[in-house]
Design a protein around this ligand. Structure first.
Ligand code: SF4
Length: 343
């Protein structure tokens, strides 16, 4: 290795320190790599000092390790050597969105509906909501769903996710396949209480059940988000909840159907615009992982989109629905199932 050069991570790569181990997120390739925490301050300044100066002046005791890691990171294309580090400026980390609403979760039961689905969708569309995640309980009325989606075939919605339980899916499998062919905006089906955990094209099966007012999102390595958009959003907001709204099975307006707080009923609402600017509605969206125990010391905090309600604890906030990762031990406490794509 030419030690007269500088080592630099690619601008799309970000280091995150954890309690016991760190990671480098590659936001361009959608990957991440575990690295020792001790390497992170070195990586943060390696493009300001030639490799030889960095080692001799600051880390003579770590020479072998630094050279081995720089070599490995070059080989794995997380970084490169250069004589002109000033030609590679840092990436802009501002996060902006033109949409007040990224996603709406809608719990609905066709057999005992508490609210008008069309009215609900109109209110979401008015806010330029990009994605609607339907959570259908009991039997799905495919004909009625088709009619509803036809009404929004020219809408600003970009994607519909449809979650249901296995019994209903089994009964309507063919009709649901036709429905997704007719409505190109149906991006995927999530099937719960399935006999097997598997994923096939647009359909993902989960073995655990989906119930009204309960979490179905499970935090796990396979569900982490590594995009630049997610990383930059995570520096400003609680990504699991930011820009989202939920309508639970009774019509309550919430941050998430499993949370304890509600903000009125969809049946009594003519527009969502005031609610989306209300401080108490936005409060959960604004809490950073660095304020939450134990997320503040977790190396996955900028990729994780947990939707747990956050409640005040002794040291900042804690999760009402804790995940199974223990940053202090750097261990998953039990087997996690893959998480759903975030709403
Ligand atoms: S500790 Fe927090 S940030 Fe880490 S995986 Fe669990 S929920 Fe996500």
């Amino acid at each position: 290795m030419d030690q007269n050069k500088y080592f630099s991570l690619f601008a799309c790569c970000f280091c995150v320190k954890g309690a016991k181990e760190g990671i480098i997120i590659d936001s361009q390739r959608g990957a991440f790599l575990a690295v020792p925490n001790e390497l992170i301050p070195i990586l943060n300044k390696s493009n300001q000092h030639k490799i030889r100066d960095l080692i001799e002046q600051q880390y003579p005791h770590l020479e072998r390790g630094i050279l081995a890691y720089f070599g490995k990171l070059v080989e794995m294309e997380y970084g490169f050597l250069t004589s002109e580090p000033e030609r590679f400026p840092a990436i802009d980390l501002q996060w902006k969105t033109p949409f007040p609403l990224a996603a709406g979760i809608v719990e609905y039961d066709f057999s005992s509906a508490s609210f008008d689905l069309i009215h609900c969708l109109k209110l979401l569309e008015e806010q330029c909501c990009e994605l609607v995640q339907f959570r259908f309980f009991n039997q799905v009325d495919v004909a009625q769903l088709d009619k509803t989606l036809v009404q929004f075939s020219q809408s600003r919605f970009r994607r519909f996710e449809i979650l249901m339980n296995w019994q209903s899916y089994k009964q309507h499998k063919e009709a649901l396949n036709e429905l997704s062919e007719t409505h190109g905006r149906i991006s995927n089906y999530g099937i719960f209480n399935s006999p097997v955990q598997e994923s096939d094209n647009k359909i993902t099966h989960y073995t655990f059940p989906m119930e009204p007012g309960k979490y179905v999102e499970r935090v796990g390595k396979s569900g982490f988000l590594t995009s630049l958009n997610h990383y930059t959003e995570s520096l400003k907001f609680n990504t699991g909840l930011n820009g989202k709204i939920a309508i639970d099975i009774t019509g309550r307006l919430m941050n998430h159907p499993a949370h304890s707080k509600s903000f009125g009923m969809i049946q009594d609402t003519e527009t969502l615009s005031r609610l989306l600017e209300q401080d108490d509605f936005l409060q959960q969206q604004r809490i950073l992982k660095t304020e939450v125990q134990p997320c503040k010391s977790c190396q996955f905090r900028n990729m994780c989109h947990t939707v747990s309600e956050l409640i005040p604890g002794e040291e900042g906030y804690k999760m009402a629905h804790p995940c199974s990762f223990d940053p202090a031990a750097n261990e998953w406490r039990r087997q996690t199932e893959s998480s759903l794509k975030p709403a």
